[in-house]
Ligand binder design. Structure first.
Ligand code: SF4
Ligand code: SF4
Length: 468
């Protein structure tokens, strides 16, 4: 089925003003959110704890916008990128910029992986960009600054393709999506003389641009890199593009080849998602923090340095050690027909993706439902300082009746997501085992490791949601 043939959707996506008008509108919202957080800060940790939810801008960015785009990526692909205001900024910066060739280090993908890791370790865990509204605003402004600089320097859509951690994350989740953007008829592309969808002369047109993500629609192999920007469809005189429905997980089942930096990205991502889910329940949080707390005590670190050490351990060191162990064990189980270490590590990380995505969606739902009680206060006092002070002093208590009412449904969805992740993992695992001709011993190592990863979430969720 080609959704572009739908009169309403096709009409909207084909319009010359789309997505530019939506991007301009969202840019205005983006700037309002930045303004909503600027200057709103607190030194008292108790107050910060409340401020993250009482400040309207912070509440929208971290508890609704971010969860919604994660969910959308798994369901529809990089849908956020279609209307992302940053893409609009990068386009205009690119038009007037130097248009230099993109260096190999950016193309390798390691820059975006390191950027994502720093966002977690320094931005979120140390500077609390997700809790202090002022820091959130500075973070968003930093993203704009980096996007403009990269786009002024390098040709095409360099920021979106090689630097933006949001787009990179969404691209990985888009591998699971039941939708794909592809050429409709490869024969039409083969006979095409103008190649408007890739022609350099069309790179900087506002509407009907050729692909500045370096893709040729007839050769798109998977969902990672396509921004669903609709430009190649507008450029194509034959309208030979399909936004079609396919089997969920299709790219994973087809054996998508991860780049080394993407395997590193998934590794850090899995550490972050484990942290996000386990920190929902005090019991699992205490268990998870056992190692980092002993480490910081042994090193004698305190304050921000302690946060830095803990975060590095949780998001980089611990996942890397587990990956090294599993990969080494799987290679040893290969016997004489050894696969390279890198290849095996990529296989292991790919198998983590369905469970990671399921857990990430679950975290998103938990966050959205748990923050409902803060809406009345945030709407009445958008800055949120007075509301946070009243809450910290115990003079105001959020009304949790709506969240409580949703609780059974959330528990049910949590169980369904766990089972769906398990089923998806088993499917991908079986297909990978056949395609890579994995021996029974290797299958046992990889199967047990993947199941253990899934069990971390399953045991915690079952004990937390059903036990309390
Ligand atoms: S890659 Fe990043 S900047 Fe580009 S469109 Fe996607 S989210 Fe926006
Ligand atoms: S393939 Fe088409 S829709 Fe995808 S990023 Fe390129 S121009 Fe945009």
């Amino acid at each position: 089925m080609n959704l572009l043939r739908n009169r309403w959707l096709g009409g909207l996506l084909k319009a010359r003003w789309f997505p530019a008008a939506a991007q301009v509108l969202l840019l205005a919202v983006f700037l309002l959110l930045v303004l909503g957080g600027l200057g709103v800060t607190a030194t008292d940790p108790d107050l910060t704890q409340y401020l993250r939810d009482t400040n309207l801008a912070n509440l929208i960015v971290w508890s609704y916008w971010w969860p919604v785009i994660i969910l959308a990526a798994v369901l529809f692909g990089r849908l956020w990128c279609t209307v992302c205001p940053m893409e609009f900024i990068t386009y205009w910066a690119g038009r007037i910029g130097l248009r230099r060739g993109v260096p190999g280090i950016l193309k390798s993908g390691w820059v975006v992986t390191v950027f994502y890791t720093l966002v977690w370790i320094v931005g979120i865990q140390t500077l609390a960009v997700n809790r202090v509204p002022h820091h959130m605003s500075l973070y968003l402004l930093l993203l704009i600054l980096v996007a403009v600089d990269v786009s002024l320097l390098f040709e095409r859509r360099a920021f979106c393709s090689y630097v933006c951690p949001v787009g990179h994350l969404l691209g990985l989740y888009a591998l699971l999506s039941p939708l794909e953007w592809r050429a409709d008829d490869a024969g039409v592309c083969a006979r095409c003389r103008t190649r408007d969808c890739v022609a350099k002369r069309n790179h900087y047109r506002l509407a009907g641009r050729s692909c500045t993500s370096g893709l040729y629609p007839a050769a798109i192999a998977d969902n990672r890199d396509c921004l669903l920007c609709t430009q190649c469809w507008k450029a194509c005189p034959q309208e030979n593009v399909r936004f079609g429905v396919r089997r969920p997980l299709a790219d994973l089942l087809a054996g998508v080849e991860l780049r080394p930096a993407q395997a590193g990205f998934i590794l850090v991502l899995s550490g972050c998602v484990v942290y996000e889910i386990l920190s929902e329940w005090p019991v699992s949080l205490e268990i998870m923090m056992w190692g980092p707390e002993r480490l910081t005590r042994a090193l004698g670190t305190t304050g921000a340095l302690s946060d830095l050490v803990s975060a590095t351990f949780l998001f980089v060191v611990a996942p890397a050690l587990v990956l090294l162990m599993v990969t080494a064990l799987a290679r040893w189980a290969c016997g004489p027909e050894r696969v390279s270490f890198g290849q095996m590590a990529k296989t292991v990380t790919l198998l983590l993706l369905p469970t990671t995505a399921g857990a990430h969606i679950l975290k998103s739902l938990l966050r959205m439902s748990s923050r409902i009680p803060y809406w009345p206060g945030a709407l009445a006092d958008p800055q949120g300082i007075e509301t946070a002070q009243a809450m910290a002093a115990g003079m105001r208590v959020p009304d949790t009746s709506a969240t409580d009412a949703l609780d059974p449904a959330v528990s049910l969805i949590a169980m369904a997501l766990l089972l769906a992740s398990l089923a998806a993992t088993v499917l991908v695992f079986r297909r990978t085992a056949v395609r890579q001709r994995l021996s029974p011993a290797v299958q046992a190592v990889l199967g047990l490791s993947t199941l253990s990863y899934w069990s971390v979430f399953a045991v915690m969720i079952v004990c937390w949601r059903l036990g309390s």
